[in-house]
Write a protein that binds this ligand. Structure first.
Ligand code: UT7
Length: 345
């Protein structure tokens, strides 16, 4: 089947000969400042034992007031491009998944594009909260697999510590700041991103959200006084949603690739909470040795969490040629997204 572009030019895409799309390079950036559970004990009525037993988090990284999402994203992008040995000028698209962009508009992707010198690239932001990188990876793979683009830079970045209510102990202990980036390039069909599943349930809008600061509820003094410009979360609802849904989403994505949970070599989940990671792994009967965890050191870094985990796992030499990696993100929207990857070096 051939699809003609809207303007009728000769840019035809033959969908019967899809390419593969693989991760060629990974990079990350976290702020230097570490906020431990002991530090939090001095801010809110909490304790290390509660935080570790309920979340698995021991410390997280936190930006200083002058550091923005774009700052972390630019460094993660430079690291990913260097890891991929690809020049910024050869990037066709910069795709930034974030809920904490420097501005409401224009996009943080444009700031990254300019800073790294990706002068031939398009750039846009993607809003899917903690699922953002998984949505971005699926989108990038689509562009590459059709032959429409060659080199796509996908960045997941969030600085949610700027949006937490530091008086709300149920949320301020959870989040950390970080950026992770991946370069997606063509490869042999059957390698790289094998299948993706994206989903949403907008009826869960108020399960985890920031009510003020958009056009519906502008940032008035009253909104600020009521902390409506901070994260509001029904933690137990999000917890149940994740534990109920994510195992099915992983199985559905594997099935699309003709695989089952037995084929998984690495489970790289959104690092929201150790109990969620364990519950999902247990339900799918995936042994601990195959489950990557860094939530203890970074907390929930939202859109950055999956690329941060992929970068660290890759850096530790865990991924071997042909390994099957299942990645999954979930969060505000509500949204969820999973990708199954056959690692190709
Ligand atoms: O990226 C996606 C977005 N979010 C998530 O993935 C979060 C998913 N949800 C969770 O991870 C968990 O629901 C939390 C970790 C947020 C909370 O754990 P929980 O087991 O659901 O606790 P809870 O909210 O039911 O609270 C239990 C108790 C309450 O006290 P009472 O009412 O039983 O006396 C809370 O007030 O724990 C109390 N509590 C705390 N105690 C000490 C809540 N936060 C804290 C705290 N330290 N930081």
């Amino acid at each position: 089947m051939a699809v003609q572009t809207e303007n009728g030019d000769a840019n035809l895409v033959n969908l019967t000969t899809l390419l593969g799309a693989r991760i060629t390079g990974l990079g990350m950036c976290v702020p230097d400042r570490v906020l431990t559970n002991a530090d939090l004990e001095k801010i809110v009525d909490t304790n290390d034992e509660w935080i570790v037993s309920r979340t698995g988090i021991r410390e997280r990284r936190i930006c200083d007031p002058n550091t923005l999402s774009s700052d972390l994203a630019i460094q993660a992008s430079i690291n990913a491009l260097s890891n991929a040995s690809i020049k910024a000028e050869d990037v066709d698209l910069v795709l930034c998944a974030t809920a904490t962009g420097d501005y409401i508009w224009p996009s943080t992707a444009c700031i990254i594009q300019n800073a790294i010198g990706a002068r031939k690239a398009g750039a846009f932001d993607l809003s899917a909260a903690c699922s953002g990188f998984c949505y971005g990876l699926a989108t990038a793979a689509g562009f590459v697999q059709t032959g429409a683009m060659k080199n796509v830079l996908v960045v997941g970045v969030d600085t949610l510590t700027k949006q937490v209510n530091w008086e709300d102990r149920s949320t301020c202990i959870l989040f950390g700041d970080a950026a992770g980036a991946a370069v997606i390039t063509p490869c042999t069909a059957g390698e790289g991103v094998l299948a993706s599943v994206l989903g949403a349930d907008g009826s869960g809008l108020e399960s985890v959200w920031m009510p003020a600061g958009g056009l519906k509820m502008p940032l008035t003094q009253e909104a600020i006084d009521n902390k409506l410009n901070c994260i509001q979360m029904k933690g137990a609802d999000v917890y149940k949603f994740a534990v109920r849904l994510i195992p099915d989403i992983i199985e559905a994505t594997l099935a699309r690739a003709g695989l089952t949970t037995n084929d998984i070599d690495h489970l790289v989940m959104h690092q929201a909470n150790m109990r969620i990671i364990n519950a999902v792994a247990n339900k799918l009967q995936i042994p601990e040795s195959k489950v990557f965890v860094n939530v203890d050191r970074y907390g929930n870094t939202s859109a950055a969490s999956v690329p941060l985990a992929l970068t660290e796992a890759f850096g530790q030499g865990r991924f071997k040629q042909g390994d099957i990696i299942a990645t999954v993100g979930f969060g505000a929207g509500l949204t969820w997204g999973a990708n199954v990857i056959r690692w190709s070096c």
